[in-house]
Design a protein around this ligand. Structure first.
Ligand code: KG4
Ligand code: ZN
Length: 345
């Protein structure tokens, strides 16, 4: 089945063509980062308007790259939540109109299911069942995954998501927007143990996370050094980044190991923007190898938002016969464990 995937939940317009027989044929992405940079965060109305401007040129481009015409498409998948309402509506309107015109099935896909399944696009994909650590700008969750659509949330962040903690800390240090990857690059040059950062909620049982205390600790540390003219490339700033990243990474590693132990599983999948973090990948690989377990992740460009993950997830469900009515579905808040499993229609 030849499926078009459309992602417009936040500030990236992503389109892709995935074929159930031949795999990923093409994908294309436009990031609105520059548009939102001067505001220091995503402005929802600007995001929606920019999706409207970019979506049709990107559609033509991705079809060209896949070497197909619109009429060859056999199904359309789009992100129908969670995300920004206006942004979701753009992808939903496009998918629904195209599905109606071509008389092919259309399906709304859960954005985090897209992230969770993105490592399936790689050459050696993970096998079910596995534990997934979803770490993005909006979510930090540990999920037990039996099969597509069979998800049990084992633990999640009680306050900020891991990516959000990276972004807010970067903002406190006056780093360029979007701060997470900039902070991570600085952290890799710093000394991890100069400052004694806490590892929140690791000394008590359970699989939930909390990153707000870490944020406060970092803010106090920055204030203490601010008087000494803290600049983005000062040794103090670089060491604060390193200590912060190490604390987040260690906390995530501890909880992942705990989740594997609790479920008896030996396979971990990490997905979402923060799974691009090289320190996290490295420390998980080392820790899990000691326990005979393995970690899987997607290539960098499929860790952050993209259309390929939506085309893949949608294709699996469309092949199983799932489809939506011809009405735009947009669900800004949508718990992952409320998803249908793949057999049910
Ligand atoms: O999955 P994603 O693209 O969007 C959401 O669904 O939220 O994740 C974006 C998040 C941002 O918070 C960004 O700062 C973070 O992922 N991120 C990183 C890295 N690359 C992206 N955080 C830490 N290290 C990175 N290398
Ligand atoms: Zn995302």
């Amino acid at each position: 089945m030849l499926v078009l995937g459309i992602e417009t939940s936040c500030d990236e317009t992503g389109l892709a063509v995935y074929d159930s027989e031949r795999g990923l044929l093409a994908h294309t992405l436009y990031s609105q980062v520059k548009l939102h940079a001067e505001y220091g965060g995503v402005v929802p109305e600007l995001a929606s308007r920019d999706h409207v401007r970019k979506i049709i040129p990107l559609l033509n481009l991705v079809l060209d790259e896949a070497g197909i015409n619109k009429a060859d498409l056999q199904g359309i998948a789009y992100t129908s939540g969670p995300g920004l309402m206006g942004a979701l509506m753009v992808g939903g309107a496009m998918a629904t109109a195209l599905g109606y015109a071509l008389d092919i099935p259309v399906l709304g896909v859960h954005h985090m299911e897209g992230h969770l399944l993105a490592p399936m696009l790689e050459k050696s994909p993970p096998q079910f069942p596995f534990v997934a650590l979803l770490v993005s700008g909006g979510h930090t969750q540990l999920v037990s995954v039996e099969a597509i659509g069979e998800y049990e949330v084992l633990g999640e962040s009680l306050d900020d998501a891991a990516g959000e903690a990276f972004d807010k800390t970067a903002k406190m240090l006056d780093l360029d927007y979007p701060g997470g990857p900039v902070l991570a690059a600085m952290a890799d040059r710093g000394q991890v143990d100069r400052f004694d950062f806490p590892r929140p909620m690791t000394d008590r049982p359970g699989l939930d996370f909390s990153f707000s205390g870490l944020k406060t600790f970092t803010r106090n540390l920055i204030e203490k050094h601010r008087g000494e003219d803290l600049l983005p490339n000062d040794k103090d700033a670089v060491d604060i980044c390193a200590g912060f990243q190490e604390a987040v990474v260690d906390t995530l590693v501890i909880k992942c190991r705990r989740a594997l132990k609790q479920t008896g599983m030996k396979t971990l999948v990490i997905a979402g923007g923060v799974s691009a973090n090289s320190r996290l990948r490295h420390k998980l690989e080392v820790a899990l190898a000691k326990e005979g377990a393995e970690v899987f992740y997607a290539r960098h460009e499929f860790c952050t938002d993209n259309g390929a993950m939506i085309a893949y997830a949608g294709c699996q469900r469309l092949v199983a016969g799932q489809r939506n009515e011809l009405a735009i579905a947009a669900t800004p808040r949508w718990p992952l464990d409320q998803l249908q499993n793949i057999q049910s229609r």
